[in-house]
Ligand binder design. Structure first.
Ligand code: HEC
Ligand code: HEC
Length: 342
């Protein structure tokens, strides 16, 4: 009885729960919709999640052993990269976009700012082979892993076979990323009836629903669709977003709508990291002229006063999920701490 309870408590903390056998399933609050990732194609096991976590933190994935996924997606920043507006990869090369935060990926069906990738299992191939990110290829990574005792053991534990393959590699990284669930912010406690918004936060919430909620939809704070939000194009980067993928004129300047959870940890903001502060973001939305964007929320001037901006930001702060950001289970794993050649 007691040990069951402990298991349940641990699960509630990690966002995982057990079914009858070894297979785990994702735990999320009742105000969340069902995840879209199809777990029957990639059943969660603790051993493959652990393997995925090792891979995520291991620079063995890059050509010169210098860059891991976590170099650009830091757990202390809700898995975004706050030092840089544009991402930095091997040989100090600079990318063209800001590294997005990683959480609630189980609810998303398009990845990258332009939706260039449409399945989470395929996503890792992009940074792995990108010349200014990890500069590697999957064949060589699998080879490096096969030559490492620690990984042969980990693949055996996860996949009942010590042979690393591309598919097992990709599915294991996915499994770790699926467990990154941000659902324990003040907002979530309020939704569960365990907390209340302060009067200022409640005023901010009303403004949010009026001006922001059509794109940054509750409870994930993004519809995870694509939209314009009126940013002028940076002429150096020349990034037209979704248009790059579809080549349809109507997709010009559409970007994937980011979640507004954990904003205190994920600056700088926007696809190119052009804004450092939320006040700058609100000033941008506030100057948009009527009719500029074809969305009910952005097709009329917002006329936010200084007080409105402060109220709105105080509501946005209720979306910070400190328990998620501090969760030691998501950080650099013990299994990588003992560095050995093999
Ligand atoms: C050099 C920095 C860098 C490295 C290393 C890196 N990423 Fe990224 N990541 C980015 C950037 C930048 C983007 C956005 C790219 C774009 O929109 O074109 C991104 C996007 C993503 C996304 C899509 C998120 C979303 O909301 O659409 C996921 C998932 C992701 N990375 C996971 C990983 C994994 C797993 C690894 C390791 C295999 C990794 N990244 C390595 C910089 C990096
Ligand atoms: C019409 C849809 C739409 C509406 C309405 C909207 N946004 Fe956005 N928002 C976006 C898109 C699209 C992006 C990404 C744009 C980019 O990077 O080029 C974005 C980006 C952001 C970001 C940056 C997040 C990050 O991680 O980089 C913040 C913060 C933000 N919006 C806050 C708000 C607030 C606050 C409101 C209401 C005042 C609002 N948005 C209204 C579509 C919208």
């Amino acid at each position: 009885m007691k040990s069951n309870l402990i298991v349940l408590l641990i699960c509630a903390f990690t966002g995982l729960s057990f079914t009858s056998e070894r297979v785990l399933y994702l735990l999320y609050p009742s105000h969340f919709p069902a995840p879209t990732y199809n777990l029957t194609d990639n059943p969660l096991l603790q051993e493959s999640i652990d393997l995925g976590q090792m891979l995520f933190y291991d620079p063995i994935l890059s050509k010169d052993y210098s860059i891991s996924c976590a170099s650009c997606h830091s757990p202390y920043n809700a898995f975004a990269h706050t030092d840089h507006d544009l991402s930095h990869g091997i040989n100090d090369s600079i990318g063209t976009r800001n590294a997005p935060a990683l959480f609630n990926l189980a609810w998303q069906t398009s990845f990258m700012w332009d939706g260039a990738v449409n399945h989470l299992d395929m996503q890792s191939l992009a940074p792995l082979s990108h010349p200014s990110e990890m500069g590697e290829n999957i064949k060589d990574v699998v080879e490096k892993l096969s030559n490492t005792m620690r990984y042969r053991t980990a693949f055996y534990n996860a996949w009942a076979d010590s042979l690393p393959t591309g598919e097992r590699f990709l599915k294991s990284i996915t499994q770790f990323q699926l467990t990154l669930i941000s659902a324990t912010a003040k907002y979530d406690r309020v939704m569960a009836g365990n907390d209340v918004l302060s009067p200022q936060e409640a005023m901010g919430y009303a403004l949010f629903k009026d001006h922001c909620g059509s794109c940054h939809t509750e409870p994930l704070f993004s519809s995870y669709g694509f939209s314009k939000n009126g940013l002028p194009v940076d002429t150096t980067l020349d990034d037209y977003g979704r248009y790059r993928v579809t080549k349809n004129d109507e997709d010009s300047l559409l970007f994937k709508i980011p979640s507004l959870r954990n904003l205190s940890y994920t600056f700088p903001y926007m696809h190119d990291g052009r804004y450092l502060k939320l006040n700058e973001v609100l000033n941008h939305y506030n100057i948009l002229e009527a009719g500029m964007i074809d969305d009910s929320a952005l097709s009329r001037p917002m006329n936010l006063s200084s007080k409105d901006k402060v109220d709105l930001i105080s509501f946005l702060m209720t979306l910070n999920d400190t328990a998620f950001v501090l969760n030691p289970q998501n950080k650099f794993p013990q299994s990588l701490q003992m560095r050995s050649k093999n």
